[in-house]
Structure formats: structure tokens, C-alpha cells
Design a protein around this ligand. Structure first.
Ligand SMILES: Cc1cc2nc3c(=O)[nH]c(=O)nc-3n(C[C@H](O)[C@H](O)[C@H](O)COP(=O)(O)OP(=O)(O)OC[C@H]3O[C@@H](n4cnc5c(N)ncnc54)[C@H](O)[C@@H]3O)c2cc1C
Length: 405
């Protein structure tokens, strides 16, 4: 386990407290510098905790705005909102995720048949391309489970435009090794780099930019294709309507169903005294090939969540399921006369697929699945239908509405 990322809420909150003094002008000025794995003091390293909602976006923004005016912290708040934008955008275009999975399967099959692609892919993921900068990022990713944002952009760009490897294979490599690996942020960022998100606008990594923002640590002068064409692909599908959120009254007893995308049930919009039990779905194994570090982070985060749930809800039954099958959850509900199994909205991605098959098996059990939505998501997601700008321009008024500004 990377010692920088102990998978607990306490660790996430401690990291947040330590970072808050640096989240203002200092972050805006220095966040783009990738000083290497030995010095990450210019960024927060909060992403694995936000990814699993061991801490919430609202908590992060509240803490930062308690110490900085929005005028100083706007860059940091915007970056947090990029995460929200990607989540909301994918939520309204679930097909982009299923298309990604099909294209990935196809690219994997092609790589089996084409020894050039297979060799290029193996060299890339093992850090043996001969492009020293790229090879250093590949090794950093597999060794630490983290890459700086700028390095992620450079890496994806070199993968697609210089090494000419299929973008889906690169997105899959990231997803399997990043401790913050996220269906929305990762897939859509790769699409953005490729020029598929805003069609025709791709991100081109340039040696001079890499030299400058690594302060001379890395310099791939003459090694990159700096005048590539963007990838060609269809327009993204039109946005669908968001599923309307459901609600539970404070008069109903409930059992909570926790899954790895939101691991702070003690902060869900349900009355704690009505919680008769908590059921934890196993960390998602449905995405093949997750690294051992990712699996260990997720398993640790689930254990931490089970421990917190015991305390937060007055020690009701907490069940950690070994497989995502509902029999034990239904038995628990029946034992307490509970008819609703409540979760917060499970976003598009591997955990959604697991959740949907779990819910399908509830049919006829007398127990209904209810998905409530967090205020943060309800407030921002409706703006995430086109470009980021629509979210960005609504940040101040939305934070005000949420009581954060
Ligand atoms: C190709 C590519 C793949 C990426 N894959 C992921 C991923 O799987 N999971 C993931 O969480 N982020 C992903 N990002 C976004 C970003 O690189 C990371 O969130 C960020 O580097 C995490 O480091 P930090 O916590 O120190 O960020 P900070 O700079 O401290 O930012 C604070 C928080 O804001 C959010 N954030 C910051 N930048 C972005 C961004 N560009 N997009 C979305 N959210 C952002 C993160 O939750 C982050 O923890 C990807 C970016 C690229 C270019």
C-alpha cells in the first residue's frame, strides 16, 4: 500500500486539513508543476478519497472556503467541480461508458491479432518505450497508483499521438492502476485528450511544456509527435434526462446499502435513528485486472466504512457481503420489518452494473431499492449537459444555494 494513501476517512480528513492553507493563491500559481513523486506539496492528493467519497466535495469546498475567499480559492474549487462535471456529464450519457467497454474489448482483441500493437502496448505499460519521460510516468503509475494531472495529460497524449496506441487501452491501463480510477473522470479525460469530447480539439503534449512544468526534470525534446491530427469519432450522444431522485421520509425504518462509490453513509440524507442495519456490497471486482494496490485500497476503505457505520448508527447489524447477492440483505430487512433498502445514487460505471443486477434480484422479495441523491449532485449535475463552462459559471450561485458560500 502506498503510505501516502491509507484508505480511511480519517486519513482523508487529515490530508484535507493539512492542504487547506495551500488551497488558495499558492495552488492557483503552482498546481500545474509536476515536481515528481518526491514533492506533491502543490496539489492536494485528495483524489482517492473523493473518488470513493470517503470525504465529500462539499466538505472539501467548505473547509477551503473557511480559510480563503472564493477569489483566492476559485481555481481549486473549479478543479473539484471538474470531477462533478465529468460525473454529471456521464450520468446523462451512460452510453459513452458502455461504448467504451465495447471498444476496449475490440481493441484488446485487435492487439491479440496484431503483434505490432501488442509489442507497443507491452513496452508502453512496462515503461520501455525509450521515451524517458513517458517511461518514468508509466513506472510511477504502477508503483504509486498516482500521477499528477499534467502528467496524466502528457501521458495520454503521447500514448495516443506519438505511440499511436488505441486510447481505450490507455484508459484501461489508468483505470486499473490509479487509486482514484473513476469511470467518469478517467474515460472522459482520455476522450478529451484524444479530441473526442470536444470534437476536433485535442490536447497535444509538447516537449517544451513538459520541460517547463517539470522544472527541467524531464525533457523529451525531439521525441514527440507535436503536430498530430485529433482522433476521429462520432459526436457524443445527446444528453438523456437525469433519473429523478427518490426520497425516504424520516418516519420510515430503512436498511442502507453501501457501495464503493460513496463510503460515508453517515453523511447520507437519511435519519440516523431510522437505520436498522447497513449492508456493504463487496468492492467492485467486476472490472477485470484491477491492480493489487487498487484492490487493497478499496478493501481497506470498505473495512473503514463498516467500522464507522457501527459507530454512526448505534451499532446496528453491519453486513459485509462476500458476493453481491441480496439474500442476506432481504433477511435483514425482514427481521426488522423494513421495506426499503436505501443507497445514494450509484453513478455510471462498474459499481452501477453490480448494483443493477443486485436490485434485479430483489424482485418479489417485498423489499424495494431506493436511490436518494446528494444535494451536491442534485445542484450541479443538471448543468453538466454540454461543456464545463456551463458548470463553471454557476459555481458561485450553486455554492450559495448549498450554503457553502
Ligand atoms: C487522462 C486523465 C485521466 C484522469 N483520470 C482520473 C481518474 O480516474 N480519477 C480522478 O479522480 N481524476 C482523474 N483525472 C483528473 C486529475 O488528473 C486528478 O483528479 C488529479 O490529478 C488528482 O490529484 P489531486 O487530488 O492532487 O488533485 P488536485 O489538483 O488537488 O485537485 C483536487 C481535486 O479536484 C478533482 N480534480 C482535479 N483536477 C481534475 C480534473 N482535471 N478532472 C476531474 N477532477 C479533477 C479531484 O477530485 C482532485 O482530488 C484524470 C485526468 C486526466 C488528464
Amino acid at each position: 500500500m502506498n503510505p501516502a494513501f491509507q484508505p480511511t476517512r480519517e486519513e482523508g480528513l487529515a490530508r484535507l486539513r493539512a492542504f487547506v492553507p495551500r488551497a488558495g493563491i499558492a495552488y492557483a500559481k503552482s498546481r500545474n508543476l509536476d515536481r515528481g513523486p518526491g514533492d506533491r506539496s502543490n496539489v492536494s492528493l485528495l483524489s482517492p478519497f473523493l473518488r470513493h467519497r470517503l470525504i465529500g466535495e462539499d466538505e472539501v469546498v467548505r473547509a477551503v472556503l473557511s480559510k480563503h475567499p472564493i477569489s483566492a480559492a476559485d481555481k481549486f474549487v473549479q478543479e473539484v467541480c471538474w470531477r462533478t462535471y465529468w460525473k454529471g456529464w456521464l450520468e446523462q450519457r451512460p452510453r459513452v461508458w458502455s461504448d467504451f467497454l465495447s471498444e476496449l474489448t475490440q481493441a484488446q482483441a485487435n492487439a491479440q491479432d496484431d503483434s505490432d500493437i501488442a509489442r507497443g502496448y507491452e513496452r508502453a505499460i512496462n515503461g520501455e518505450t525509450g521515451i524517458a519521460a513517458f517511461d518514468a510516468w508509466a513506472r510511477e503509475l504502477t508503483e504509486s497508483g498516482y500521477l499528477h494531472n499534467h502528467a496524466r495529460m502528457w501521458f495520454a497524449s503521447v500514448w495516443i499521438f506519438t505511440l499511436k496506441l488505441p486510447w481505450t487501452l490507455g484508459a484501461d491501463f489508468f483505470y486499473r492502476h490509479l487509486l482514484d480510477g473513476d469511470a467518469a473522470s478517467n474515460t472522459l479525460s482520455w476522450r478529451w485528450v484524444a479530441g473526442l469530447h470536444t470534437r476536433g480539439k485535442h490536447y497535444v503534449a509538447r516537449a517544451e511544456n513538459i520541460r517547463q512544468f517539470t522544472e527541467g526534470r524531464l525533457d523529451p525534446a525531439g521525441e514527440l509527435d507535436e503536430v498530430p491530427e485529433p482522433l476521429d469519432g462520432p459526436e457524443p450522444p445527446a444528453p438523456t434526462r437525469l433519473r429523478p431522485p427518490m426520497s425516504v421520509t424520516h418516519e420510515e425504518d430503512v436498511v442502507l446499502l453501501v457501495q464503493e462509490d460513496d463510503l460515508t453513509p453517515e453523511r447520507w440524507p437519511v435519519a440516523a435513528e431510522r437505520v436498522k442495519g447497513v449492508v456493504l456490497l463487496p468492492p467492485d471486482g467486476s472490472y477485470p485486472g484491477l491492480s493489487s494496490a487498487v484492490l487493497a485500497f478499496r478493501a481497506g476503505a470498505m473495512d473503514d466504512t463498516a467500522a464507522r457505520a457501527r459507530v454512526a448508527f448505534g451499532a446496528p447489524v453491519v453486513l459485509s457481503l462476500a458476493k453481491p447477492s441480496p439474500d442476506e440483505a432481504v433477511a435483514l430487512c425482514r427481521a426488522h420489518g423494513v421495506e426499503k433498502l436505501v443507497t445514494v445514487q450509484v453513478p455510471v460505471g462498474p459499481a452501477r452494473a453490480t448494483y443493477e443486477s443486485f436490485v434485479a434480484e430483489l424482485a418479489g422479495s417485498g423489499v424495494a431499492a431506493v436511490e436518494v441523491r446528494r444535494d451536491w449532485d442534485s445542484a450541479f449535475w443538471p448543468y453538466a449537459r454540454a461543456g464545463f463552462f456551463k458548470v463553471k459559471e454557476r459555481i458561485p450561485e450553486t455554492l450559495e444555494r448549498l450554503g457553502l458560500l
